[in-house]
Write a protein that binds this ligand. Structure first.
Ligand SMILES: Nc1ncnc2c1ncn2[C@@H]1O[C@H](COP(=O)(O)OP(=O)(O)O)[C@@H](O)[C@H]1O
Ligand SMILES: CC(C)(COP(=O)(O)O)[C@@H](O)C(=O)NCCC(=O)O
Ligand SMILES: [K+]
Length: 249
């Protein structure tokens, strides 16, 4: 079995594939290295042979996780690394190694699935947009604070914005003007993200008319779905690119 990991700034997304790579046997989201290993150890019949991962975390943090995986499961771990060109996509950054690896892999996955121009929107800790032309040329992208950062900035830098996660979830069932603090903040930040989506769509139309595919991914993609009804929601887009960047045979 193959273990795949996407280590974001907030969460580690993981899944276990059968060796054929065709079936997902188990998957989940972990808040820490220890929580990840606990979840994996609890899986009945787990027999890991390989592991591939992508990380946007600091090198030391990633190395620590790799060491823990080797110690717990004795697996060989491959880590996706930057490239100037792969899968027909050309990295558009001035210094290609500076582009976040999760963005790069999501772009590889998107271009593979679309075989044409695409706009990739990822809503995690940060919200990111990346533009890939019909010839695979990456035009560049944008990085903004995502939902967790916007919410936490308000909580941290004001005296009177305090509420719990359950209230936050209920608040975004509708998006009319809020009548409580939690509604006002959660709906306000959600509308900011939707505004971000609309601006990116407008830019993409300027480049390619209607001839492009929009991809939505990341833990908060559902929050903006209505703003881009034409978009393909692909929660595992980074994993599609990871398989391309770290082939196992
Ligand atoms: N099962 C889940 N566990 C934790 N967060 C989740 C879950 N489903 C959706 N989310 C949302 O995903 C967001 C984090 O997105 P994610 O793509 O994992 O970020 P990152 O890659 O930066 O770690 C959180 O703001 C949270 O609201
Ligand atoms: C932009 C990001 C912080 C997004 O991270 P995430 O929200 O997925 O945790 C990450 O891709 C990153 O650290 N990128 C490096 C800077 C750049 O892409 O220019
Ligand atoms: K991510």
């Amino acid at each position: 079995m193959i273990l795949e990991l996407d280590c974001g700034n907030s969460f580690i997304k993981w899944r276990v594939l059968e060796l054929s790579e065709a079936t997902v046997r188990a998957e989940g989201i972990a808040g820490s290295d220890i929580a990840l290993i606990d979840s994996l150890v609890a899986l009945p019949g787990l027999l890991l042979t390989r592991c591939r991962l992508v990380s946007v975390r600091a090198l030391e943090e990633t190395d620590k996780l790799i060491a823990a995986l080797v110690a717990a499961f004795g697996v060989a771990v491959s880590c996706a690394t930057s490239a100037q060109e792969m899968g027909g996509v050309r990295n558009g950054y001035e210094d290609f190694q500076r582009l976040g690896m999760d963005r790069w892999l999501a772009m590889l996955g998107a271009f593979k699935l679309a075989s044409g121009a695409c706009l990739v929107l990822d809503f995690g800790t940060a919200a990111t947009a990346d533009f890939i032309g019909p010839d695979g040329g990456h035009l560049g992208g944008f990085i903004c604070p995502g939902m967790p950062l916007m919410r936490n900035q308000l909580r941290t830098h004001t005296r009177k914005i305090r509420y719990d996660d359950a209230a936050a979830e209920r608040a975004v069932e509708r998006l009319s003007p809020g009548r409580t603090t939690v509604e006002a903040v959660e709906r306000g930040c959600t509308l900011m993200l939707r505004g971000f989506v609309l601006t990116q769509l407008e830019l993409a139309r300027g480049y390619w008319g209607e001839d492009f595919t929009v991809f939505l991914t990341g833990g908060d993609a559902d929050l903006v779905r209505d703003a881009a009804p034409q978009a393909r929601l692909v929660p595992d887009l980074v994993f599609v690119g990871l398989a391309m960047a770290c082939p196992l045979s």
